[in-house]
Design a protein around this ligand. Structure first.
Ligand code: BGC
Length: 749
């Protein structure tokens, strides 16, 4: 059991800290190592050659300068795997035999590991595959804050919390770029919904913008030297991100000192002069605005050559830092190798979140028993129910997926682990939502299929244990549109109830990239887990967790609310928005049909909840949630004790003892939150300020040190327009979930 005894230990820490700067320490940039050479190259370039670099050449490349031996820039789509090759000017795949790749767990799964170490390895693994495939830049990490759980790309994004998002993006970026491939942080910025992403205009306060939504990008730029960013489709304060002077020139380039390049989202440029002067380097994938129109604008004196030179210089910095891959070498060697598959497996193992594992007694008079890990003394016949046990999640829906040679499904994972020893039966249980089966099932919300339900119930009666694989799929959660509901699709709640009636020994595994309403499955299942869209090795990982080879250690990177009305953006009425004339389609769909991407429609998303995103809101409004941010159980038990704080150059160290009081080897994610009840400014009740993943053998006890950085304690001061560290007393709370923080200490700044 977690020790709930609250120890408050007041400690005085250097008063000097408040006078010290808030700016994050910058990471040395490699982009400025070729300035001399770049100037030489530019002297030799014609204006036409310069303009040719400022827009797409093919769907996923932009031009170099062949005459001067400067290679094209090759972009690798997808933050969770290198996308297959396309025809030069369409979305049609080339169907090569050599463009397979590893399907890495998607963003929310990576985030559930809370592991900067594994995020680094993930970035490195992505880069190694990018190199084999001849790519210079990965279009990832995707790292927008998960403002609404229904956001179509929640599965790609990391977290509702800026520190967790930022720390993982920093690690991913370093991993990729240390290995030689540029990242492209996306989507900059405030692309927090998919519906109407092509024209929605985000209105937001400075403080919420800097502290919540821009902070992860700032961290990846300053602390990991990210070499590129992708401007988002939407508008911010009336201006499209691709021509947004505030976001690009002022914040990114001036305030953060970014020397690299900005590319547009596909079809996201809407102007020539405004885009190039605001700081946009490459229009992708075509040349509608930054081709001939740009050349004409320069000739007409509307854009100075100095601006063009600066945009070219920024691209060349990246081009000369990333070693080009010769075209004949690209896609010539196998991709999806054991090293990368091993990374995918290690991430998947750490991402699985155990939400519930309660005692369940099948018969009267019998002792209660936890269903997990599976007790094979008792369990000989397992029934696996649900299409998600056999559905591959590497592809599907709109947007980037991964063509992979291997994706172990949960059923395959279980069969392999229990081969011959245990009798495993599979029944479909429900019909998954499939957008492509035209006309038939337009909404994921359908009643249960009576026949499949009956078959499942019958089979459940004869099983010692029922494993129900519920959740969404890549058609339900997709780029380009938001979910309209978090209710489990395909009548899964009804099915879960029927299964539970037939067999109390019911374990539900949610396969989804974002939160779903688990009220019913949580009530009727003795155990409940989340296993995400978990990559090529996801099925093996979930089998290892169910059988007890691995103790679950994932923690929710976002709150799982009870109902949508509780979600801040819904509660304040700013999402979903009502659009009168909704016939414009998604911007991306327009692009594929070669339609104009003009979006004259006005639509404002007013971020009325300000900084109170995710747990910050539920805390402030005292709204009960289904499962809180940072939550996740283990097969082990941990005890926290003996907190102390010691000043350091960067801030202070929080020291305490963490004991694994069980016999099970396990990992625990320790979390440090900060509260400032006496602050002079409005603040959330608590905010995540540091975390660490700790490995503990059964019975082991460790002294743990978690550094808290001064820069993470600063707030954005709207009057002074800068980061400030407020002096005074802060309370630290430490534990294994945002709702279970047994240790506290006070620190005076
Ligand atoms: C997405 C980007 C993606 C690009 C290229 C856009 O629709 O928003 O994330 O990288 O397409 O596929």
């Amino acid at each position: 059991m977690v020790n709930n005894h609250h120890q408050i230990i007041p400690l005085a820490v250097v008063a000097l800290m408040a006078t010290m700067t808030c700016s994050a320490q910058s990471y040395p940039t490699r982009l400025l190592e070729h300035e001399q050479q770049i100037e030489e190259i530019m002297k030799d370039m014609t204006l036409d050659e310069k303009i040719a670099m400022l827009h797409g050449k093919n769907m996923f490349s932009s031009a170099g300068i062949p005459r001067l031996g400067i290679a094209d820039m090759e972009y690798a789509d997808g933050p969770f795997g290198i996308r297959e090759e396309m025809e030069p000017h369409s979305w049609n795949p080339l169907h090569l035999e050599t463009d397979y790749a590893t399907f890495f767990p998607t963003g929310s799964a990576l985030a559930a590991t809370w592991s900067t170490e594994w995020a680094y390895n993930y970035g490195r693994g992505m880069s190694r595959e990018a190199r084999l495939r001849g790519k210079d830049m990965i279009l990832g990490p995707a790292m927008n804050i998960q403002r609404v759980p229904t956001g179509g790309r929640t599965y790609e994004y990391l977290s509702e919390d800026p520190l967790l998002s930022g720390a993982l993006a920093v690690a991913y970026t370093r991993g990729s770029q240390d290995d030689g491939t540029a990242v492209c942080l996306k989507h900059y910025a405030l692309n927090n919904q998919e519906d109407y992403r092509g024209f929605v205009d985000v209105h937001i306060s400075d403080r919420a913008m800097y502290e919540i939504y821009l902070r992860p990008f700032e961290m990846a730029v300053r602390e990991a030297d990210a070499w590129a960013l992708m401007a988002a489709y939407n508008k911010v304060r009336g201006r499209w991100c691709s021509e947004n002077e505030l976001l690009l020139n002022t914040i990114l380039r001036k305030q953060w000192g970014f020397p690299g390049m900005v590319i547009s989202d596909w079809g996201g440029v809407h102007s020539t002069v405004d885009a190039v002067t605001a700081g946009m380097n490459v229009e992708m994938p075509g040349n509608r605005f930054m081709g001939q129109a740009l050349l004409d604008s320069v000739k007409a004196g509307k854009v100075s050559e100095e601006v063009i030179n600066q945009r070219v210089r920024e691209i060349l910095r990246v081009r000369l830092t990333v070693e080009p891959i010769a075209k004949e070498i690209a896609n010539s060697k196998p991709v999806g190798n054991p090293e990368e598959m091993a990374i995918a497996l290690e991430v998947a193992r750490r991402s699985i979140v155990l939400l519930k594992n309660e005692e369940c007694s099948a018969k009267k008079g019998q002792d209660g028993e936890k269903l997990l890990p599976i007790d094979f003394k008792r369990v000989k016949r397992i029934l696996v129910v649900g299409e998600n046990a056999v559905t591959k999640m590497a592809l599907g829906g709109v947007g980037a997926g991964v063509k992979t040679r291997q994706e172990i499904t949960p059923l395959e994972g279980l069969q392999k682990a229990l081969d011959g020893k245990i009798n495993i039966t599979y029944v479909q249980g429900y019909k998954s939502f499939d957008r492509s089966s035209r006309g038939k099932r337009q909404s994921p919300q359908q009643p249960a299929d009576a026949q499949l339900l009956e078959e499942a119930v019958k089979a459940a009666k004869n099983a010692d244990l029922v494993l129900f694989f519920a959740g969404d799929n890549r058609e339900v959660e997709t780029e380009g549109s938001d979910r309209k509901s978090i209710t489990l699709p395909s009548g899964q709640d009804e099915l879960a109830q029927a299964l539970a009636k037939a067999n109390k020994r019911l374990v539900t595994v949610i396969v989804a990239g974002g939160p779903v309403d688990v009220s019913t499955v949580s009530e009727v299942s003795a155990a409940l887990l989340v296993s995400w869209f978990n990559g090529s090795m996801g099925g093996q990982a979930i089998a290892e967790v169910l059988t007890g080879d691995v103790s679950p250690s994932g923690k929710l990177p976002m709150t799982w609310p009870k109902k949508l009305e509780d979600v801040p953006a819904y509660a304040t009425g700013s999402f979903p928005q009502q659009v009168n004339n909704d016939n414009q389609g998604d911007i991306f769909v327009g692009l594929t049909r070669n339609q104009s991407n003009d979006r004259r429609q006005q639509l404002v998303a007013n971020y009325a909840e300000e900084s109170l995103v995710g747990y910050r809101w539920y805390d402030a409004k005292k709204v009960a949630v289904a499962y809180p941010f940072g939550y996740g159980l283990s097969y082990a038990q941990f005890q926290y004790s003996g907190i102390s704080v010691k000043p350091t150059v960067e801030g202070f160290d929080v020291n305490f003892t963490l004991a694994n009081t069980s016999g099970v080897d396990a990992e625990e994610v320790v979390q440090v939150y900060v509260s400032r009840p006496l602050s002079h400014i409005e603040r959330p009740e608590k905010e995540l300020k540091a975390f660490k993943r700790v490995v503990l053998k059964g019975g082991e006890s460790q002294k743990v040190t978690v550094p808290v950085r001064r820069t993470d304690l600063c707030h954005w001061d709207e009057a002074a327009q800068t980061w400030m560290l407020e002096p005074g007393t802060i309370t630290l709370k430490v534990g294994g979930s945002s709702d279970n923080l047994p240790l506290s200490a006070e620190v005076v700044i």
